[in-house]
Each structure stands twice: as structure tokens, then as C-alpha cells.
Design a protein around this ligand. Structure first.
Ligand SMILES: [Zn+2]
Length: 190
């Protein structure tokens, strides 16, 4: 008899704001990857894939996401997944382990629509200040090699959002509380 076990992250597995795990710094992942770390990254990849599939997201009640970081499933390790299209419709898909920001532009940017987070059910209106362009190094589990990613615009913002999770930072920490909806001076609106 074959037993098929569907392992995946469901809504209940994603921890939400107020849980202290979301406010802690993550540790580096050691290589070779442990079974637990590998499972975590595969689960995150699967969640994002499924959440972006209209039928599956409905069936399993998954909130669509363009990225997820390990602390959001309660694992304090430096790992996150990003899957999103840039302004030109080009897909960017990464599963980064031990990412490190190498540099970023002086130029800032923000999303006109504001940001959201699978772990933050409350609404925090306001523009989130980000770097327009970033350069990040890490090990990409999808390509199975060390990579250096240069990203700008929307993808840069998605990566910064996930990277922040590894340091216990949530998107609304970057909102100017006194002027949440005043366009950020000198920043590129995306
Ligand atoms: Zn988030």
C-alpha cells in the first residue's frame, strides 16, 4: 500500500505579528543542509507556488504571497523564498540561504500601494521606505550555487522585505508614523 503524505504549509503554520519569534534575529544555515532545513525551504517554495495558483489557494485557503521567510514558519534560520514578476513581466524566483546585502543605492523607493505581509493581518497604511537598488549575495537553493543578485524596483523591494524578516524587522517599521501617506522625498514611486 502506498501512503501519499502531502506535506505543506497551511495558514495555521504561518505565525503572525505578536509572536516574539517574528522579532528575533535568525542564525546562519550550516552546510551541508540538514534534512530539517531542506524540508523548510522546500515547504516555503511549495507554499508560494500553491498560493499563487488560483485554484489551490482557494482550495487550501492560502493567502497569496510573493515571498516568505523562515521565521514566518517559526524557524529562526536565514532562508527565504521570492517568486515575483518585475515591471517587465520577467519572473524572479529565488530560494536564498544565508543572504547578505553587499550594497544598495542611495536612491530610495516605495510601493505606491504600500506593502503587505503574510504574518501581519492588521492593516498598516503607509509608504515603506526601501532602497531602489540592491546587491545581495547568498546560496540559491534553486540553482544549487552561490549567487550575487542585483535587483531594482519592485523585485528589490520584495527581496528587502524578506531579508528584513531575518533580522526581526517588519515592513511597517519603515513607515513614517507621523506622515505615513506623504510621498517619500526623493524616492522613486513604484
Ligand atoms: Zn513579510
Amino acid at each position: 500500500m502506498m501512503i501519499v503524505v502531502i506535506v505543506m504549509i497551511l495558514k495555521k503554520d504561518i505565525i503572525t505579528d505578536g509572536n516574539p519569534l517574528l522579532r528575533q534575529r535568525c542564525e546562519n544555515v550550516t552546510f551541508p543542509l540538514s534534512d530539517a532545513d531542506e524540508k523548510a525551504i522546500q515547504d516555503m517554495l511549495k507554499y508560494i507556488d500553491m498560493s499563487q495558483d488560483e485554484e489551490l489557494s482557494k482550495k487550501y485557503d492560502l493567502q497569496p504571497g510573493v515571498g516568505i521567510a523562515a521565521p514566518q514558519i517559526g524557524i529562526l534560520k536565514k532562508m527565504f523564498v521570492v517568486k515575483a514578476e518585475d515591471e517587465n513581466g520577467v519572473l524572479h524566483h529565488y530560494a536564498l540561504i544565508n543572504p547578505k546585502m553587499l550594497s544598495h543605492s542611495v536612491q530610495n523607493s516605495y510601493l505606491q500601494s504600500g506593502e503587505g505581509c503574510l504574518s501581519v493581518p492588521q492593516i498598516h497604511e503607509g509608504f515603506v521606505k526601501r532602497h531602489y537598488k540592491i546587491k545581495m549575495a547568498g546560496y540559491d537553493y534553486l540553482q544549487k550555487k552561490d549567487v550575487v543578485i542585483v535587483a531594482k524596483g519592485y523585485i528589490s523591494i520584495v527581496i528587502q522585505h524578506e531579508y528584513d524578516h531575518l533580522f526581526g524587522i517588519l515592513y511597517y517599521d519603515h513607515i513614517d508614523k507621523n506622515n505615513p501617506l506623504i510621498p517619500i522625498e526623493g524616492a522613486t514611486e513604484i
